[in-house]
Design a protein around this ligand. Structure first.
Ligand SMILES: C[S@@+](CC[C@H](N)C(=O)[O-])C[C@H]1O[C@@H](n2cnc3c(N)ncnc32)[C@H](O)[C@@H]1O
Length: 404
């Protein structure tokens, strides 16, 4: 009997080396991140997460007043204190541990490295594409070191200076800890699927995903269960996925989308099914919304890029044909006159012909076969328009404190 494939295993077939190069062809520069909304959307996510942590601070995590402020060594004098959790100080408590965070489908690690370096969080990025993980590790190495300054208010009279010394001003005593640390120690990257993460259970405070394509898998409920497993009770899940059918698509439209050779097959790909699966996995929902505006901006920008690149390819194709015609004429001429340079003309015409062959990115590049993005975009925008522009899913949820 053939064993059932593991849920999500097909993603290893679908996402391979070359995927990111292909995706980046249509993405607004810079290529640090490959999600809709870029750094602006990341900043919003960060603000949302911090707001949540202010009211629900994870146990033992550094609070604002004892926070680890980070800065590159070169700018040490201008360090400003800010906190990962942003909660009130707990006088007398020992300096907290850093927030443990997982970036699902982290891509090339731009966000994970940024958060590890600027927030002092310990971030683990998980991605299924080996070359993306390597790029992410190289990014963390290249960032270099940061200075962490942890500061805590100590009750007057306390003289415990064991972990870095103290200074006093009137009745207030401060305990400081200063450490220089490589960002690569705070941002690490695992080549793995989000369906099976090599991480201990109940070890993580926050899991976030910025357009985490692993969730497009019809078996995503297993990925959500895996996220639930690694989160501590009370831990936060935050993600958005802009390109999936949005809320309220009528069943016949969803059926047409799924049956369309350009957008399908897309079994169980919809806003409602994502939300169902998050809950079926055991999460408690805090917030659910669409990403219609984000999707409209992003898909619209991509459509423009694709159309520009198709025009360029068309021009290249015409140029190639022109050169071939000229080469043919030269050959004829050469045959007639017996001139010796005829071969060079043919070789040149052949070499210049390669540029225009692909209509949709670097098809045939090693390990990756391009899907027809222009067709997909047109059809996705068409279906979205029929659904009143509704696209995407944004979910914030927590692992219930009492969950097993
Ligand atoms: C649109 S990109 C977003 C990347 C990243 N979050 C960013 O914003 O730059 C989607 C990512 O999902 C990854 N991916 C797809 N399926 C996955 C899976 N099952 N497990 C882990 N990563 C996966 C792809 O390799 C790709 O890096």
């Amino acid at each position: 009997m053939v064993p059932e494939p593991e849920p999500g295993a097909g993603d290893y077939e679908q996402y391979k080396d070359g995927f990111h190069d292909w995706l980046a062809t249509y993405w607004p520069e810079p290529r640090e991140q490959l999600h809709a909304g870029g750094w602006r959307r990341t900043a919003q996510m960060l603000a949302d997460i911090k707001r949540h942590l202010q009211t629900h601070p994870p146990a033992d995590v550094a609070t604002a007043a004892e926070a680890e402020a980070t800065s590159r060594p070169a700018s040490t004098p201008t360090i400003a204190l800010g906190g990962p959790a942003g909660a009130a100080a707990v006088p007398g408590r020992s300096l907290g541990r850093p927030l443990e965070v997982v970036d699902i489908c982290c891509g090339e690690g731009g966000t994970a490295v940024h958060l590890a370096a600027t927030e002092g969080w310990r971030v683990t990025g998980v991605d299924i594409v080996q070359s993306a993980v390597e790029a992410a590790r190289a990014r963390a190495e290249a960032y270099g070191e940061v200075v962490h300054v942890a500061c805590q208010v100590v009750p007057a009279g306390s003289c415990d200076t064991a972990d870095g010394g103290s200074s006093s001003s009137g009745d207030v005593r401060l305990r400081l800890r200063v450490r220089v640390e490589a960002v690569s120690e705070r941002a690490r990257f695992l080549h793995a699927s989000i369906f099976k993460m090599p991480l201990p259970s109940a070890s993580v405070d926050v899991v976030y995903g910025q357009d985490p394509d692993g969730l497009a898998n019809p078996d995503r409920v297993h990925a959500f269960r895996e996220v639930l497993r690694v989160l501590r009770p009370g831990g936060l899940l935050y993600f958005w996925h802009h390109w999936v059918p949005g809320p309220g698509w009528p069943p016949e439209l969803l059926a047409a989308y799924r049956a369309d050779p350009l957008t399908g097959p897309a079994p169980r790909l919809s806003h409602e099914e994502y939300v169902q699966d998050v809950q079926a996995a055991g999460f408690r929902l805090l917030h659910v919304s669409d990403c219609s505006q984000l999707a409209a901006e992003h898909l619209g920008a991509m459509a423009q890029r694709v159309s520009r690149s198709s025009q360029q390819q068309q021009q290249q194709q015409e140029q190639r044909e022109q050169e071939q015609r000229e080469g043919g004429q030269q050959r004829e001429q050469a045959e007639k006159t017996g001139a010796k340079n005829a071969e060079a003309g043919v070789a040149e015409a052949g070499a210049s012909g390669r540029a225009g062959e692909s209509t949709d990115g670097p098809a045939g590049e090693e390990g990756w076969t391009a899907i027809p993005i222009s067709g997909w975009l047109q059809r996705a925008l068409h279906y979205s328009a029929l659904a009143g522009g509704s696209m995407g899913v944004h979910v914030v949820a927590v692992r219930p404190v009492g969950a097993a």
